[in-house]
Design a protein around this ligand. Structure first.
Ligand SMILES: [Zn+2]
Length: 307
């Protein structure tokens, strides 16, 4: 599975992973000890000793996670020639967006070309299903990604007090996600702790930003590859022009303001969601029809007891 993911990056003209990667990476869960299985990617020496740490199981979700983690690895490798201070993402969101951009390029056509799916009949229903599945992963993530750091920052600046950690958590979930617990969750619970990044103290806005950025990166690579037709059909697998543009951006690390790095790839200096809308245009049309006459949205009442 990892070799297959590597192959996508190599097809873009990027280097093969170093031999040490294959020797030192944790691919599967060790049998003799406890480990943290949450997938991560590491640049051990800022000089080519890159590794991933996962407990890979042979399923689709983990397959795409490998492509995501290799995005971090290729970013490391590309900016390894920068001075140490610049060996980091242009901003936090860039690092998380690199691999996900490649994941967007894992179109049905690509999956067919590597023998993972059979040739699909291109019906509108199949398209809407594929779009809905992707939207549940990418669009539904946005309010979640935002509320995690709204909560963390509230804790840090003191506006969320220890005696209302759980209350604030569920208020934010109601406000941004429209999600409420099945039964009341009082302060005897600490539901935020179930999210890896909270006890792990990992900033989360990077993922929110990444979910906007990756569609902008994707569109730019599609343009570089000369893609014609609807955006969601674009795969740049094997396209050296797209790969060269991407590799050049990765190599900049944080050696210049992110706006400049962004402009070199996308032509613009602003993060915006227009590429998200372009990608999901068929689904948006379908949803408008389905929801005609309905009033959408929710009342943000946090506690179920309030009814
Ligand atoms: Zn990541």
């Amino acid at each position: 599975m990892t070799q297959r993911a590597e192959d996508y990056y190599v097809s873009l003209g990027m280097p093969k992973l170093p031999e040490s990667y294959w020797q030192k990476t944790q691919f599967i869960k060790p049998r003799d000890r406890d480990v943290v299985c949450h997938a991560s990617a590491w640049d051990m020496t800022m000089d080519g000793d890159v590794r991933t740490k996962m407990c890979i199981k042979p399923n689709e979700e983990e397959f795409t996670t490998i492509y995501h983690e290799l995005g971090h690895i290729y970013y490391y490798l590309a900016y390894n020639n920068q001075p140490p201070l610049f060996q980091t993402g242009a901003h936090d969101g860039f690092h998380e967006a690199i691999g996900d951009t490649i994941v967007l390029g894992m179109t049905p056509k690509y999956l067919e070309s590597i023998g993972l799916v059979n040739a699909q009949q291109q019906t509108n229903e199949a398209l809407i299903n594929a779009q809905m599945r992707m939207a549940l992963a990418k669009v539904s993530f946005l309010p979640f990604g935002l509320m995690i750091d709204r909560w963390r920052w509230g804790v840090f600046d003191g506006s969320i007090k220890p005696d209302s950690y759980n209350k604030a958590w569920w208020e934010l979930k109601a406000k941004y996600q429209g999600v409420a617990p099945v039964t009341a969750r009082g302060e005897e619970f600490f539901d935020a702790g179930a999210k890896y990044h909270v006890p792990g103290n990992t900033p989360y806005t990077r993922y929110f930003l990444s979910h906007i950025l990756q569609f902008q990166f994707y569109k730019s690579l599609c343009d570089a590859a000369g893609h014609k037709g609807p955006l969601y059909e674009c795969s740049f697998y094997g396209n050296k022009e797209a790969g060269q543009k991407y590799w050049a951006m990765l190599g900049k690390g944080s050696s210049q303001p992110w706006q400049k790095t962004m402009k070199e790839l996308t032509g613009g200096e602003k993060m915006d969601a227009s590429a998200v809308l372009e990608y999901f245009a068929p689904l948006q049309t379908w949803l408008k029809q389905q929801n005609e006459g309905q009033s959408c949205g929710w009342q943000a009442a946090a506690a179920p007891a309030k009814g």
